[in-house]
Design a protein around this ligand. Structure first.
Ligand SMILES: Nc1c(C(=O)O)ncn1[C@@H]1O[C@H](COP(=O)(O)O)[C@@H](O)[C@H]1O
Length: 164
């Protein structure tokens, strides 16, 4: 039987996948169970509210939401659930993702979205942050995170010459 998803990885469009797959990759590395799907505040507003309202009862513990441009998705998800929502500003062509960042980060008081950096690095950090939240109650994920950090440190120490 497939493992119960711990994280909902959603994005406004299929075109966001090349960015958001970096969250998926790091969650794979850490043994985090996630589901992925396209959900849009603009294009599928009813699906968005159903998805966010039902997320906790379905067993999700964190939602990662990536969107570009007028990026209302993370904030609207956060409005419908008290689960932690991590927002990833996808780099837009017209404004290089500044529009996405500003849309996600400036939430009104009372409805937070944990906003990551623009683009792939932000998506990867969203996956790591989701794992860190899960690690509060999941010893396997906590252990995987510890090993991840140790390897990251060792990789730098093993290759100190910047020209190598
Ligand atoms: N920002 C949103 C939302 C939303 O916030 O609900 N839905 C789609 N989009 C964004 O529109 C951009 C262009 O989408 P298309 O490539 O499908 O035209 C994507 O980055 C998507 O996240």
């Amino acid at each position: 039987m497939a493992q119960q998803a711990q994280v909902g990885l959603i994005m406004g469009s299929k075109s966001d996948w090349p960015t958001m797959e970096h969250a998926a990759t790091v969650m794979d590395e850490l043994g985090v169970a996630y589901e992925r799907r396209v959900v849009s505040a603009h294009r599928t507003p009813d699906l968005l509210s159903d998805y966010a309202r039902e997320a906790r009862d379905r067993g999700l513990q964190v939602i990662i939401a990536g969107a570009g441009g007028a990026a209302h998705l993370p904030g609207m998800v956060a409005a419908h659930t008290t689960l932690p929502v991590l927002g990833v500003p996808v780099e837009s062509r017209a404004l290089s993702g500044l529009d996405s960042l500003y849309s996600i980060v400036q939430m009104p008081g009372g409805v937070p979205v944990g906003t990551l950096a623009i683009g792939k690095a932000g998506a990867r950090n969203a996956g790591l942050m989701a794992a860190q939240i899960l690690s509060l109650s999941d010893a396997g994920v906590a252990q995987a995170l510890q090993a991840f950090r140790e390897k990251q440190t060792q990789d730098v120490l093993n290759s100190p010459d910047p020209a190598d």
